[in-house]
Design a binder for this molecule. Sequence first.
Ligand code: GN1
Ligand code: MG
Length: 358
Amino acid sequence: MNELFVIAGHFIDPKTIENIAPLGNGLINDTYKIMVGGEPKYVLQRINNAVFTDVDMLQNNIEAVTNHIRQKYENQGVRDINRRVLHFLKADTGKTYVFENEKYWRVMDFIADSYTYEAVTPEYAYYAGRSFGDFESLLTDLNATIGEIIPDFHNIEFRLKQMEDAVAEDRVGQMREVEVQKLVDKIRAVADEMCLGERLHREGKLPKRICHCDTKVNNMLFDKDGNVLCVIDLDTVMPSFVFSDFGDFLRSAANTGAEDDPDLDNIHFNMEIFKTFAKGYLEGSQSFLLPIEKENLPYAATLFPYMQAVRFLTDYINGSIYYKIKYATHNLVRTRAQWKLYEEAVACLPEMKRLLDH
Ligand code: GN1
Ligand code: MG
């Protein structure tokens, strides 16, 4: 029997499975849909344990978060809860994951009649803003400890240090490329100002909250009418600055091009998306958001393309060992695109600040 069927058999009756097929396009985990009765019924995922080294902590985090949200929705009488929050199945081991042939796997219910998008309209961005604000808001009173599953995940000082280490080691000789050197120089030139968030945190002015930390557009499920059902891909839920969720959503949604667009002319920062997303986010987060968090949301919109450029470039210099790539220079192309987006976002800063002041 096919390996995937054997794995799925730890969670569900394998005789009911008709087919298992790839799903989505994440850069880290491998995801499949399990077909039962002509419909996708479950999602099977191989957890990339080179990235998520503590799978037990990972699944504990996710269970704490999903149970908390489910409980709140039940108390609020929210309808259709099974489509509003993810549900992970217990395996025959009693855990929500199995370890087999050196690999970790988990299964969750497939949310019926749901859609993901790579791009959104301003209207959908408004709903997305509400959802991420609501998501953080729902988690403000979560008492369980949520471990920092990837330490320093969105710590830009740490990401810059990783880049400097990669440059110094230059293990595959990429630093011979003039373009790579230039990108490194451009990143260094603004590094100090981009580390603002970490400084504010050290000064005790900026808190960490439980955030989603991977708010790409395609990590959100919509129903056929465009209503947000729920946020998915909860692997990186951890304490972070609210900048993470605000900035990373705009990094994908406000980009008029693709994350890895080879044509830089396609890449601009869409202020219409910023406007509606910010409106939704401010509504969803109003019960907890501090002035220092609000006033630095424009900075967050520039920080995430910047951080992603640093991360893609670091991986390129390291020989592309972290992100899945489709061709040899993919991470370099991604870096160029994220750098362009960063510059476009910086040009929009005055307009962003003006909008938030109103
Ligand atoms: C990864 O798994 P995926 O594709 O949702 C990455 C994010 C990056 C993103 C860039 C654990 O997310 O941090 O922003 O790629 N996740 C991890 O597309 O590194
Ligand atoms: Mg994802």
